[in-house]
Design a binder for this molecule. Structure first.
Ligand SMILES: Cc1ncc(COP(=O)(O)O)c(C=O)c1O
Length: 362
């Protein structure tokens, strides 16, 4: 078998090896079906079972109650930047957005096409090095909802406690940390996430919506943009991404076998700590972008003493079998994305590599 390298990509990202191997088997013919998973109808009994099982496992992992619908949509998290305000802003027509990075800003841009946006807090003047404190968040008690981004993929910051929003519905873009740890879903009115970091391939967006929120969607909305359409049709109004949901189901099974989200969180904390310790013990050679209390467990961003050294490290790392470490241009430096499926041995290997690089280049 081809050797796999360590894939630090921010997304689409590394998938569990077990999942890839099982999918490889079934790509030619699903046992007892005689057709590839890529060839079966989304209306077939075989797919029904895949769909229902994936949904059940996902709900069980996150502890989602019967008060919520789980929808499998397409169009990425980016389409949710529009669907959320189109469905949920009227008739109040104003909403609060907490801005902690590029993706929150993109969500704001689309919401402004629908109604008034109050920027309840923003850390942009500090180049998004941190999550705002509760006392900095200026909420409007009459807002239709409050929107925040739980993990900032580009800047490497993460919320570990939800903002307190009183009775106003809380909406979260959890694209880059969903299923990485337990959350209390009951605090949320809606959670959305593209699958391509922690849940599967790109082309699937998961939306968890509290059923009472569905009453806000007006019939005048375009059919495909209306959450009600998808809730009433169990996400099968049109041709669903059959393969994507199949992989999503396998990822949920993998997480279940690993011990669920508590076990996943523990492992994610251990992995991230190894890199943050390396940064903190480097006498300032490596400098984290995020402030310590806002550090993400998923995307770890850091700089070196010069851009030349950063380029050199990335070039040598690529040769050594570490892919995808180049940071996003708005932060520069490096970004190690170590989602759920990223192996701990890859993190250990990177830390050894970083220490070795420092000793040879300082
Ligand atoms: C936090 C966050 N939100 C939204 C997006 C956009 O997702 P998509 O490409 O699925 O539209 C991304 C993509 O990386 C992201 O990290």
């Amino acid at each position: 078998m081809e050797n796999r390298i360590f894939n630090f990509s921010a997304g689409p990202a590394v998938l569990p090896e077990e999942v890839l191997l099982e999918a490889k088997e079934n790509l030619y013919a699903l046992p007892g079906v005689g057709m590839s998973i890529l060839e079966i109808s989304h209306r077939s009994k075989t797919y029904d079972e895949i769909h229902a099982t994936a949904k059940k496992k996902f709900k069980s992992l996150l502890g989602i109650s019967e008060d919520y619908e789980v929808l499998f949509l397409q169009g990425g998290a980016s389409l949710q930047f529009s669907m959320v305000p189109l469905n949920l802003m009227p008739p109040i027509n104003k909403a609060d957005y907490i801005v902690t990075g590029t993706w929150s800003k993109k969500a704001v841009k689309e919401a402004k096409r629908v109604g008034a946006v109050n920027i309840a807090a923003s850390t942009e003047t500090e180049n998004f090095v941190r999550i705002p404190k509760q006392e900095e968040i200026k909420l409007d008690p009459e807002a239709a909802y409050v929107h925040f981004t739980s993990n900032n993929t580009i800047y490497g910051t993460e919320w570990f406690n939800e903002p307190e929003v009183g009775k106003v519905p809380l909406i979260c873009d959890a694209s880059s940390d969903i299923l990485s740890r337990k959350i209390d879903v009951n605090k949320y009115a809606l959670i959305y996430a593209g699958a391509q970091k922690n849940m599967g391939p790109s082309g699937v967006t998961v939306v968890v919506i509290r059923k009472d929120m569905l009453e806000r969607s007006q019939d005048s909305l375009h059919t495909m943009l209306n959450y009600k359409t998808h809730a009433e049709n169990d996400s099968l109004y049109n041709t669903i991404n059959v393969f994507g949901i199949y992989i999503f189901g396998l990822v949920c099974k993998w997480l279940e076998n690993l011990g669920g989200l508590d076990a996943m969180q523990k492992l994610n904390q251990e992995k991230a700590q190894l890199i943050y310790d390396c940064i903190d013990n480097s006498n300032g050679y490596f400098r984290g972008h995020a402030l310590p209390d806002s550090r993400s467990l998923m995307n770890l961003t850091f700089r070196l003493p010069s851009e030349d050294l950063e380029k050199k490290l990335i070039a040598e790392a690529t040769k050594a079998g570490f892919d995808g470490l180049k940071g996003h241009r708005s932060v520069g430096g490096l970004r190690a994305s170590i989602y759920n499926a990223f192996p701990k041995k890859g993190v250990e290997a990177l830390v050894d590599f970083m220490k070795d690089f420092q000793s040879k280049n300082s």
